[in-house]
Ligand binder design. Structure first.
Ligand SMILES: [Zn+2]
Ligand SMILES: [Zn+2]
Ligand SMILES: [Zn+2]
Length: 213
């Protein structure tokens, strides 16, 4: 497959599956930062310029966070295809990958993040998120009596709300919040010089909750 065919295929996939975003000033299609970076890396690797995805383009973000933003959760685990409850609903920060509950024994001492679904999108508990990143001004939602935050922004209709909206994606928010999701906050911080330097916290220990897998 030629370089451009690959790029076109990847772009088509991204555009149809996940992206409904558009540039605020020109209404042209816009890729979120993390997906674009991923695409660049993969392409450089594909065409042989870089030996690995990471060789040429280095991101200012920790790898685990980049992967968290782009990872697909709730697919069946390939290793545990035959098992029941094999949805990949856990993110291992140390391995930077999504895993299913049957995979847990291999990640015993690793930092693990429970991923949940809320209105068909991936969320994490605010308590967990707040150990890893600065969640200030990210609007939490309540599901199953737990406060959660969205990992990524959600596609939406074009109608602009007249009230308080997300600084990055224009989604309507309650008054005291600036961002609808962690990705909208980091995208905003990346646009300000040095903006994200205080976003990430050092977290050495992150266990799953006792119940609720
Ligand atoms: Zn598994
Ligand atoms: Zn692991
Ligand atoms: Zn947003």
């Amino acid at each position: 497959m030629g370089t451009f065919a690959f790029l076109e295929k990847a772009l088509a996939k991204i555009t149809t599956n996940t992206l409904n975003f558009s540039c605020a000033s020109c209404s042209g299609a816009e890729l979120p930062y993390n997906l674009l970076l991923l695409l660049m890396r993969t392409t450089l690797h594909r065409v042989g310029i870089a030996k690995t995805h990471h060789e040429l383009v280095s991101s200012p973000l920790p790898r685990w966070f980049e992967v968290l933003l782009t990872e697909k959760f709730f697919n069946a685990c390939i290793i545990h295809e035959e098992e029941k409850k094999n949805e990949k609903n856990i993110f291992c920060l140390d391995c930077c990958t999504s895993i299913c509950p049957h995979c847990l024994s291999l990640h015993n001492s690793h930092r693990l993040l429970q991923i949940r679904r809320y209105v068909y999108h991936d969320v994490i508990r605010l308590d967990d998120a707040a150990k890893l990143v600065d969640c200030d001004y990210v609007q939490p939602y309540i599901t199953n009596s737990a406060k959660v935050v969205f990992i990524n922004q959600r596609p939406q209709t074009r109608l602009r709300s007249s009230g308080n909206i997300c600084n990055t994606c224009d989604r309507a928010l309650q008054d005291s919040y600036l961002f609808c999701s962690l990705s909208c906050k980091i995208n905003y911080l990346l646009s300000i010089q040095g903006g994200f330097s205080k976003f990430f916290f050092e977290c050495k220990y992150l266990p799953l909750p006792e119940s609720g897998i």
